[in-house]
Design a binder for this molecule. Structure first.
Ligand SMILES: *[C@@H]1O[C@H](CO)[C@@H](O)[C@H](O)[C@H]1NC(C)=O
Ligand SMILES: *[C@@H]1O[C@H](CO)[C@@H](O)[C@H](O)[C@H]1NC(C)=O
Ligand SMILES: *[C@@H]1O[C@H](CO)[C@@H](O)[C@H](O)[C@H]1NC(C)=O
Length: 935
């Protein structure tokens, strides 16, 4: 796949223009950052405090236990006013000292740290302990200046120590690696703790402790915290894979065995590397730099393929572990700047910038050919962070423009009346009722610093190091006495196989590196069109691997469950076996396959994988049949994937929403296809009578020309649609009758037809979960006239209100960013597999074993996507852009870096990242098997 990319690079336009931005322009943008911060902070304080987080769509606080559980994501919420604590040092950075003073007083009087609640050790450390320490650092700085905080007597530090002591029980393992969760009141052991049974944790979870714990030890003089954090770091270092010098993603906290052996720089590992380098910066301990450098050399050798960063297997670092990247790795260019390796930082950042321009935000994960893999975006700051560091390193105003893009997109697509809402799906622009605390802790710091001049700051930012949550710790801590119980041996690591040159011990001077101001631009230029010109592949190949032996390509495709029956038709019979007739448990079919050189590999999760070796067919003709059979299988899969509709958006466009609230809606398999409509369907909403819509509509005079609201249940979706259509409605919205259901927690829902032809239904119908439906019903109650836009993708507000002044908008004349899939270079998307590969061509196809004779459900409520799909669907989901199962994956994906171990509580439909990765694990095994077969 790099081949494709690099050939594309040559197509890059050769224009180059200088970038510059006036001081005045920067000042304006800086003020805009402050205005946006105020909007977010004020809404949190007014509507959510003392709750941990703001729910910006429903305009209230998120209190754990009162809202439906979102799984591990909720482990950050400890009923300790998380967002306020996380925001403390941001207030000082933005010169809001009065607000800071008030906020500190609130924390001291209101926040309790001894709740009987189970929290993530990692999240609590970086957000709350880090927040308290950052707040303390700022308070001390202000106190010393003699104007503000004169009353302050280290109260935040005392709270920090109290919290540190509550986290310590998690470290009571033989390895020294912490348990992932701790009960703030009861610790880890004992039934009352409701935790302590976990056996594994992610590398970042265990390796992102040292900055906060060392600062706590040095501020308080109590060495116990730093000692524990060092022990965990030492253990991880010992456990690195000795040949590749890489670490896996999750590790057994008792045995130290790697549980997941894939390795990258994003989710699950990211801040472990960050803390090695920053521990050196903060503590001045060479050992951390040595370790970082050794890891870094391996990352650059195996994982970094500028502009891409690709996960590999720690034991086989040349073997790719997945075909997609997660958005958390966007921090990495910033870390590379800190290390002084600016060239790959520029390249990777440019790639991320292109993806951002295409989708307005970085989707939570995207494939190596830049398709959306997980469509969610919880307003993560990592891209802004890297943008800031690159601007500092290069002084290139190009990065100011990148920052402006971030600001504009936040205002245009995420800003809601009550704060900023996370993106549920970057493709539709729909929102999620969520504003994470890191948005205030990090995003506004980096954006403010990007546009600020040195004299806009109350203190010298160079005197501080940023934690992974962007909390500020003073570098003066390195001078603090290191306690005797902390091992201070400075043994030099002897690693004969790793050559570290002098460069590893220096930071390059950017003035020497960039004597030519055009240099960064020259690095970026070739990548500029990589993302735009890269198109979705025409066939749903999950991955295309070119194997070592020349001329051999293997193709793996996946088959959603039920595919065979869905496409069964009377045998027109191309001999000897049609793909749609194939049943994996039919011995005759198996014999036919064998003759065609197709063999089956049974995967542990119940799927089978088909592999064709032309050379193993009984004859040349049989081999050809085999090739055709495999092709049919792939087409079948492709067709099936078209059946999976992407989510839709319902945008409330009337006063006072003005298009700012976008609800995630489920599509219908009948009626108007909104993805084919350039304008969507816009109209006022009316509640139908009867609300179920299951009989003739009695209030047709109100429904006519309107979009009818209907309640789920009692009859088929298509029947409801026919009834409102007859009454003259222009669209319909079916609202779930299950109290409390929400797109935040449930996978995407598709409305199926009624098993008969639905061609007579010509209006669009969308589905809303209960919670989103309630937002609409309440708006109707309050404002009576509520106008919505039904579409495949939220429209830019400037487009909705073309010509009219945009109420409350900060952006004038913004242009709708179209996701231009047209103009793709088709040749660039031709899969490697279609290269002529001669006799030894081998292709593999996977399908579900259960395909045999499964009836396709045709009644109402095809249900949450994936409900009727076997495990095979997961894998297709991971590649099929827009597939509903993808939304499912997104729902279960990691919240922050470490969530290698997501365990959604949602029951059978939920699919954890672990499971997804287990699937890839199967892949790897299958590939290994194929390699063996080849030999
Ligand atoms: C650590 O766990 C052991 C039980 O395995 C317990 O006896 C001991 O008291 C614990 N230590 C601390 C400091 O909590
Ligand atoms: C911070 O704000 C105060 C009052 O609003 C102002 O007087 C001062 O100049 C500001 N400081 C900086 C560094 O901008
Ligand atoms: C540090 O050095 C002392 C003596 O030089 C040794 O006993 C001790 O084991 C060393 N500690 C570590 C962590 O290497």
């Amino acid at each position: 796949m790099p081949n494709v990319l690099f050939s594309l690079m040559l197509l890059g336009a050769l224009c180059s223009h200088g970038h510059s931005m006036s001081r005045e322009e920067k000042r304006k943008l800086k003020n805009q950052v402050v205005e946006m911060f105020d909007h977010a902070y004020k809404n949190y304080m007014d509507h959510a405090y003392p709750a941990d987080e703001l729910m910006p769509l429903t305009c209230r606080g998120r209190v754990r236990g009162l809202e439906p559980s979102r799984g591990d994501v909720d482990d950050a919420l400890g009923k300790f006013s998380l967002t306020l604590i996380d925001t403390l040092d941001t207030l000082v950075l933005l010169n809001k000292t009065t607000e800071f003073e008030a906020a500190v007083r609130r924390v001291l009087s209101d926040v309790r740290l001894d709740n009987d609640i189970v929290v993530s050790v990692f999240e609590t450390n970086i957000r709350v302990l880090g927040g308290l320490l950052g707040g303390h650092s700022m308070a001390v700085m202000l106190r010393d200046e003699g104007q503000h905080m004169q009353w302050y007597q280290d109260e935040l530090l005392h709270m920090a120590k109290d919290l540190g002591l509550r986290l310590l029980p998690a470290f009571n393992t033989s390895s020294g690696l912490p348990y992932p969760r701790v009960n703030l009141k009861h610790g880890v052991r004992g039934p009352e703790t409701r935790t302590g049974t976990e056996t594994e944790t992610c590398t970042a979870c265990a390796g992102t402790i040292i900055l906060e714990f060392a600062a706590l030890s040095r501020f308080t003089g109590d060495p116990v915290f730093e000692a524990h954090a060092r022990r965990a770091m030492d253990f991880l270092w010992e456990k690195r894979q000795r040949n590749s010098n890489l670490v896996g993603t999750t590790i057994n906290i008792h045995s130290g065995e790697w549980v997941r052996r894939d390795s990258g720089v994003g989710a699950g590992i990211d801040s472990y590397y960050e803390y090695l380098l920053k521990a050196y910066v903060l503590l001045g301990d060479d050992q951390f730099l040595q370790r970082f450098n050794i890891h870094y050399a391996s990352i650059m050798k195996y994982i970094s393929q500028p502009p891409l960063l690709l996960d590999v297997h720690i034991h086989k670092p040349l073997l790719p572990a997945r075909t997609w990247m997660d958005s958390l790795l966007a921090f990495f260019p910033g870390l590379q700047v800190l290390k002084g390796d600016i060239r790959p930082a520029i390249e990777t950042h440019e790639m991320l910038y292109q993806v951002t321009k295409k989708h307005n935000f970085l989707p939570e994960a995207f494939t190596t050919d830049f398709r959306v893999h997980w469509a969610q975006h919880p307003l993560r700051p990592e891209f802004a962070e890297s943008t800031y560091f690159l601007y500092k390193a290069t002084g290139d105003a190009y990065y100011l423009e990148a920052g402006r893009t971030i600001l504009d997109n936040l205002n245009r697509f995420a800003r809601v009346p009550c704060g900023f809402a996370a993106m549920k799906d970057v493709r539709t622009g729909s929102h999620e009722d969520r504003m994470d605390s890191f948005f205030l802790a990090e995003m506004f710091k980096y954006l403010f610093l990007l546009f600020a001049e040195a004299d806009d700051l109350l203190f010298d930012i160079e005197d501080y190091v940023f934690t992974t949550e962007a909390h500020l710790l003073p570098l003066s801590l390195s001078m603090a006495p290191q306690s005797s119980s902390v091992p201070s041996n400075r043994t030099v690591i002897v690693q004969p196989e790793v050559e570290l040159d002098d460069f590893d011990w220096t930071c390059p001077n950017t003035r020497l590196l960039f004597t030519d101001p055009a240099f960064p631009n020259n690095l970026r230029e070739p990548i500029r069109s990589a993302v735009d010109k890269s198109c979705p592949r025409p066939l749903p190949y999950r991955c295309v691997h070119k194997q070592a032996s020349p001329g051999v390509a293997s193709v793996v495709s996946t088959f959603p469950h039920g595919v065979v029956t869905a496409f069964r038709e009377p045998g027109i019979g191309r001999p000897p076996l049609r793909a749609q007739d194939f049943m994996a448990n039919n011995p005759e079919h198996l014999e036919l396959l064998r003759r065609m050189g197709v063999s089956l590999i049974h995967l542990k999760d119940g799927r089978v994988q088909l592999v064709q070796h032309a050379t193993q067919a009984v004859s040349a003709v049989a081999a050809e049949d085999g090739v055709r059979f495999m092709q049919e299988m792939m087409e079948l899969s492709s067709q099936q994937q078209k059946e999976q509709l992407p989510p839709r958006a319902i945008q409330i466009v009337s006063h006072p929403f003005f298009g700012r609230v976008v609800l995630t809606a489920g599509p219908a398999q009948f009626g108007t296809d909104l993805s084919k409509s350039s304008t969507g369907v816009r109209g006022f909403v009316t509640v139908a009578e009867p609300y179920s819509g299951c009989s003739e509509i009695t209030n047709a005079e109100y429904v006519r020309g309107h979009i009818a609201l209907l309640q789920r249940g009692q009859c088929m979706f298509a029947e409801k649609a026919r009834n409102i259509q007859k009454a003259g409605a222009i669209g319909g919205i079916v609202i779930d009758d299950n109290e409390g259901s929400s797109s935040d927690t449930a996978p995407l829902f598709q409305m199926a037809g009624d098993g008969r032809s639905t061609d007579d239904v010509t209006l669009p119908v969308l589905f809303l979960f209960h919670k989103e439906g309630k937002i609409l019903l309440e708006a109707l109650k309050e404002y009576r006239e509520v106008e919505v836009l039904l579409s495949d993708k939220a429209r830019d507000r400037a487009t909705i209100f073309k010509g009219k002044p945009l109420p409350g908008s900060l952006i004038e004349g913004s242009v709708d960013v179209q996701e231009a899939e047209e103009g793709c270079l088709t040749e660039a998307t031709t899969p490697t597999s279609s290269e002529p590969a001669g006799e030894s061509q081998m292709s593999t196809v996977e399908l579900d074993e259960a395909v045999a004779g499964e009836a396709a459900p045709s009644h109402e409520g095809v249900g949450p996507a994936g409900e009727d799909a076997g495990p095979a669907e997961k894998m297709s989901a991971s590649e099929a852009e827009g597939g509903p199962a993808e939304a499912e994956a997104a729902a279960a994906q990691p919240d922050r870096s470490p969530e290698a171990k997501e365990k959604p509580e949602g029951g059978a439909n939920s699919q954890s990242v672990d499971e997804l990765l287990a699937d890839w694990q199967e892949d790897l095994e299958a590939f290994k098997q194929m390699e063996k077969d080849e030999l």
